[in-house]
Write a protein that binds this ligand. Sequence first.
Ligand code: IPE
Ligand code: IPE
Ligand code: MG
Length: 244
Amino acid sequence: MNKEDLKNKDIPSHVAIIMDGNGRWAKQKGEDRVFGHMNGVNAIRNVLEAAIDLGVEYLTLYAFSTENWDRPKEEVDALMNLLVKTLLEEIEELKSNGVRLNVIGNLDLLPLKAQDLLKKSLSITEKNTKINLTLALSYSARWEIANAAKKIAQKVVQGTIDVEDIDETLFSNELTTKGMPDPQLLIRTSGELRISNFLVWQLAYAEFYFTDELWPDFNQNSFFKAIANYQCRERRFGKISEQI
Ligand code: IPE
Ligand code: IPE
Ligand code: MG
């Protein structure tokens, strides 16, 4: 597949990815699960570059779910340390490559060191405009939706809005993804066919692309293949072919 051909067609403005399979990748190599997570960082670097290359405006990566807090403590600690280490190592590169970093999720649950560093990283990259890279950390869609409902209820109680004002747009504006287009494409690696509490509201009309590749093996070519596959889909949004 030719990258230049891809560029001349419809490039999704927002791609979301469930980066799965790090543990299995490491196990296949007789290594510890954490080794898989470390190699997963390389895949992120490659995919980010490919996304910039194609002109994708928003890339949203599921890095750690609310449910992942229930993993063995050693693995959770290792993941948090890896987050801090990676941010420290990559932030200058992200800055000079035009990447605007963003995070979504219940960040209060993260170690303070990670919270501080994330805050700094966000401000260091806030003027960048080439691509919006969102990390979903300690994120779950049901948490996000329940939170949005709570915020809307508070506004009704305070009298800032009427119940009648509540519609899809208002609801979307209370989500952590406020201001972003919905992802047109969701990619999940490692052969699992589920969304595991990721962007439930936002993925309502997304195209899903599943691949058996494990996340650390996912490279630029894998990403281009996913985009090529997306470009062959007919998105009907309830209409019929002839109307498209
Ligand atoms: C995805 O890989 C990374 C995180 C969830 C943090 P996994 O760690 O889920 O890898 P598998 O699914 O066990 O292979
Ligand atoms: C989903 O992967 C979360 C992330 C990729 C961060 P999991 O490996 O945690 O998902 P399940 O538990 O298999 O559904
Ligand atoms: Mg997994």
